[in-house]
Design a protein around this ligand. Structure first.
Ligand code: NAP
Length: 537
């Protein structure tokens, strides 16, 4: 018997792509629920990342929610790969259409959440001092929502404008004629550099390790094309469901080296000309696990970089040597390599001349003092677990989530962790949402949890906890798949690398790379077995 009735049946933390859909499902089910959002508006990542050039790398038509035919029929995307502002508008449209705003409490940052076993509920503490109780606590707090700045001396001393891309100013910035520094060359830095190259006075890129980038091939969507997309949404989403990463591109299962060279090269040329992630996830599958195949494809892409960058010395600096193609997140780009052919764009190799400190006027490397008007830090995130670490979750017997996940997170399918009953990690570490077209995976997970909660409601159950055996089996499964892929050998946020944190690097097994279809099989098996991997009470 529980003693107290909680304020809510469910609290969702975060009003981004995931939180909005979860709230919609809860409202449909008649669950007493609310969303707590730290920011003053909805949209999550698409509200936040206002850096120049921010846009989808997923096809717009594959990114929108699929749950409502009416929504699909009425929304028109203007570009193959929509820009940030359009996506933010889309999420607002969704919120208005499904009347979600009334459920969201803005400017409400969650600081802590403690499990109350006696009353079977979470006690949630907010930054403003309030405390709320809820039966179920659902996290939709983003995988890339804890930005990390470099730990250079003097970061606060710079007199000009400086910002991490995640905290880019909400007001337009006047870049014309300015001397701009960009530190970092991941997917974000690559978008910033491509966008700003011809809009600033001078652009200096400070690069540590280059990434393998490939062309996005963005284009406007005409009204006729949009109508054709609308007519084929069923097949678009079916293709996403069939593919590992939830994209419209499916891998080719031939072995790279068994395909005759002329045919192989023709295929790669065609991939390179295809919009989106085709050149990553639509490639021969063995490029992701066979070092010979990977080296061959990396050689092909290196050739493209050499063709596109006029100065051979700069081209070599832009070709990765520490990892093969696709073993880190592939940044998609629009005239990124061509930016380096411009006289006003300079590339500084931090391996040769490291940054020593940020100065009031700019920054100092080991061999030069630079003056800038603007410094943009595109230096990445404490990915996936960073957002969880910011909230003090305390589970059964005083166990904290920070302690539990300090080394390697342990989860059941990435959606719950033993010792933290009724804490539902919607986009948690080790779920399929991390390495895929986010909305596709998140719709699956939200639907699965919503059905699970309906099942519990019907049976009068108030407590669910992942079994320790379930998460041990999941970690073993996940390690088995990850270790078979070359991705496990590369230092990136996929494997938990972040050089700006006090953390010794080791693979933290943060992402599920077994693909959407296999992931859904695992979740489906739980339904078939009456959720046998979970202890219900
Ligand atoms: P990231 O991929 O982690 O890249 C961070 C970059 O900053 C790396 O080049 C890193 O160099 C560099 N860096 C970090 N600390 C540094 C330091 N102290 N000094 C010099 N350089 C430093 O982060 P991101 O580019 O923000 O991208 C994160 C993820 O966001 C992407 O992988 C993607 O999933 C997502 N994203 C998506 C889109 C989209 O959908 N269109 C766009 C942008 C980002 P090292 O590599 O040497 O560490």
């Amino acid at each position: 018997m529980t003693a107290l009735t909680p304020d809510y049946d469910a609290i969702v933390i975060g009003a981004g792509v995931c939180g909005l859909y979860q709230m919609h499902r809860l409202a449909q089910m008649g669950v007493r629920a609310t969303v707590l959002e730290a920011a003053d508006d909805l949209g999550g990542t698409w509200r936040q990342n206002r850096y120049p050039g921010a846009r989808f790398d997923s096809e717009s038509v594959s990114y929108g929610y699929s749950f409502s035919k009416e929504l699909l029929a009425e929304w028109n995307w203007s570009e193959r790969f929509a820009g940030r502002a359009e996506t933010e508008r889309y999420l607002h449209h969704v919120a208005v259409k499904f009347d979600l705003e009334k459920h969201i409490q803005f400017n409400n940052r969650v600081d802590a959440a403690t499990w109350d076993e006696t009353n079977r509920m979470w006690r949630v503490s907010l930054a403003d001092g309030r405390s709320l109780t809820t039966r179920f606590l659902m996290t939709a707090i983003g995988m890339l929502s804890t930005p990390t700045l470099p730990r250079y001396k003097g970061v606060d001393s710079f007199k000009g404008l400086s910002f991490h891309t995640y905290h880019a100013p909400r007001q337009p910035v006047d870049y014309a004629g300015k001397r701009v520094a960009v530190i970092g060359a991941g997917a974000t830095g690559v978008q910033v550099i491509s966008e700003l190259a011809d809009k600033v006075g001078d652009l200096t890129v400070f690069q540590r390790r280059p990434n393998w980038c490939a062309p996005l091939h963005n284009a406007p969507i005409t009204p006729e094309e949009m109508e054709a997309f609308k007519a084929s949404y069923d097949s678009i989403f079916a293709a996403c469901r069939a593919s590992g990463g939830g994209f419209i591109h499916e891998a080719d299962h031939r072995r790279t080296m068994e395909v005759p060279e002329p045919e192989r090269l023709a295929f790669w040329e065609q991939l390179y000309a295809t919009p989106g992630f085709a050149k990553w996830v639509g490639n021969f599958g063995d490029v992701s696990f066979d070092p010979v195949a990977n080296a061959e494809y990396s050689k092909f892409i290196a050739g493209k970089i050499r063709q596109r960058v006029k100065d051979p010395a700069i081209a070599e600096k832009l070709i990765p040597t520490d990892h093969g193609f696709g073993t880190r997140r592939v940044p998609l780009e629009t005239r990124y390599y061509e930016a380096y052919n411009r006289n006003n764009v300079h590339l500084i190799d931090l391996n040769k001349t490291p940054i020593v400190e940020i100065t009031p006027a700019g920054l100092r490397t080991s061999d030069h003092d630079y003056a800038f008007d603007i410094i943009i830090y595109a230096t990445g995130f404490d990915a996936i677990t960073g957002a969880f670490d910011k909230i003090a979750f305390t589970g059964v017997d005083g166990l904290t989530l920070r302690e539990k996940w300090a080394d390697v997170p342990a989860t059941a399918y990435g959606v719950m962790t033993h010792g933290f009953p009724n804490l539902i990690t919607l986009a948690g570490p080790q779920s399929a949402s991390v390495a895929s077209n986010f909305p596709r995976a998140i719709e699956d997970i939200v639907d699965w949890w919503s059905d699970f909660l309906a099942h519990m409601q019907a049976k009068g159950l108030t407590r669910v906890e992942a079994r320790a055996e379930t998460e041990a089996a999941w970690l073993a499964h996940l390690k088995g798949i990850t270790d078979s892929l070359l991705l496990s050998t590369a230092k990136s946020w996929f494997t938990g690398y972040n050089g700006n944190l006090d953390r010794e690097y080791k693979n933290r097994y943060l992402i599920y790379v077994g693909g959407g279809p296999r992931y859904r099989e695992h979740l489906g098996r739980e339904v078939e077995t009456g959720y046998s991997g979970f202890e219900l009470g």
